[in-house]
Design a protein around this ligand. Structure first.
Ligand SMILES: [Fe+2]
Ligand SMILES: [Fe+2]
Length: 402
């Protein structure tokens, strides 16, 4: 087994780190890549204003999730758990013990590579692991690498691979932190990591979460969910805006509701229940057990309390899973956009899509009936509000024309 080890302060993890990590998996053919944020780097003090270790760990976890290689990429807090300076030789010794048969590869950028012989216990490091050094730009190519590579091979018998990553995002963390504190730098970060930074006011950022511009609002939302759900949320935003325009309502509240509608989707049941208590959301028996039903309620609370969304957006998010009787156009738009956004693929989706643009109430009835039927087939309990939604539409003369 080949294991890549990518350590550093990740302060913050940026697109350069991401590209290097992806490239290393490919070039070395890694079976596993461990991303290991350092507690205290041995060669320099953490700069002032460095976020708490748990924030750096959370941001590295977002980066790992964005790599979309769940069986390969892992984040390890082993250096954060260990007392004192984070010496690479200690980390490698620990990993060698844990994976005695594995081939270990240490990944690093140019600056680290050029000073490797001055690290703590270089011999121990190079005995335990091969080194994969990546150049940030064309200039850090062979000319810079070759003498150091030859020296390390001769002096320590090191095993070394050097690569230049084409078009690698060239930004130093120091410069990026400066940009962030001045309200810039977004283009060097994954949106979800940028959103995490804004939500937690890291690196001197001070965005007013209640009045965010759209890219910032999206970033915050994406920072709260898994990468694989982002495409869905983008799809709901597009569909909600189209439906709002079709049915003559202001598309902006629809857009905001769509961006935030699933923001609490990945919270576990205890956290969901905690938020419901905090925001005074009353739950029935079914809801207390069904974590899936809770994210619409807690998402609505977060949208209003944290992001300052108005009541109409709160309500649209609140009812996006169950629907209810007598819905507003905005509520119908969000419920249906979630149902038919372009990534959705189920039997009957084309019929429902067409109906959404022809008759909104018929589409709502079809959506609700489809849900009820699906729950019956799965022998799952049906939410009382969903039944009320269907009955209300029927009582008001809505029937689905073929
Ligand atoms: Fe949802
Ligand atoms: Fe959704």
């Amino acid at each position: 087994m080949k294991i890549g080890i990518y350590g550093g302060t990740f302060n913050p993890p940026h697109l350069g780190h991401l590209a290097a990590a992806k490239y290393a998996v490919q070039v070395l053919g890694l079976d596993k890549l461990l991303l290991i944020p350092a507690a205290i780097p041995p060669h320099k003090a953490l700069p002032e204003g460095t976020p708490a270790a748990q924030h750096r760990l959370a941001m590295v976890e977002i980066m790992a999730d964005a790599m979309a290689m769940p069986n390969i990429v892992e984040v390890s807090d082993m250096e954060l758990q260990r007392q004192g300076k984070s010496f690479t030789s200690d980390t490698l010794a620990e990993l060698h013990q844990r994976y005695p048969k594995a081939e270990l590869w240490l990944l690093m950028g140019t600056d680290m590579f050029l000073t490797l012989h001055r690290w703590h216990e270089p011999k121990a490091i190079l005995d335990l692991a091969g080194v994969c050094a990546f150049g940030r730009t064309e200039q850090d190519g062979e000319e810079l690498f070759a003498p150091q590579r030859d020296y390390l091979k001769q002096e320590f018998g090191a095993k070394i691979v050097t690569v230049t990553i084409p078009n690698l995002v060239d930004i130093s963390s120091t410069r990026l932190r400066e940009l962030l504190s001045g309200g810039a730098g977004r283009e060097y970060l994954l949106p979800a990591i940028y959103g995490y930074i804004l939500r937690n006011q890291l690196y001197g950022t001070s965005a007013d979460l209640k009045h965010l511009a759209l890219p910032e609002l999206r970033a915050c939302s994406y920072s709260m969910i898994r990468q694989k759900r982002v495409a869905h949320v983008i799809g709901v935003e597009e569909e909600a805006v189209r439906l709002a325009q079709r049915w003559g309502i202001d598309p902006e509240p629809a857009r905001h509701a769509a961006i935030l509608h699933d923001c609490t989707k990945y919270l576990e049941l205890p956290e969901q229940l905690q938020l419901c208590r905090e925001y005074g959301v009353e739950l029935d028996e079914l809801e207390r057990r069904a974590v899936k039903l809770l994210h619409s309620k807690t998402g609505a609370c977060i949208a209003r309390a944290i992001f300052g969304e108005p009541d109409e957006v709160y309500e649209a998010i609140f009812w996006h899973t169950t629907a209810k009787e007598n819905m507003t156009t905005l509520e119908k738009v969000i419920y249906l956009a979630d149902y038919i956004e372009p990534n959705r693929d189920f039997d009957g989706v084309e019929r429902l899509r067409a109906l959404c643009y022809r008759d909104l109430d018929q589409a709502l009835l079809l959506g609700v009936e489809t849900t009820i039927q699906e729950m019956e087939e799965r022998k799952a309990p049906i939410h009382a509000k969903t039944l009320l939604a269907r009955n209300w539409l029927r009582e008001h003369g809505v029937t689905i024309e073929e």
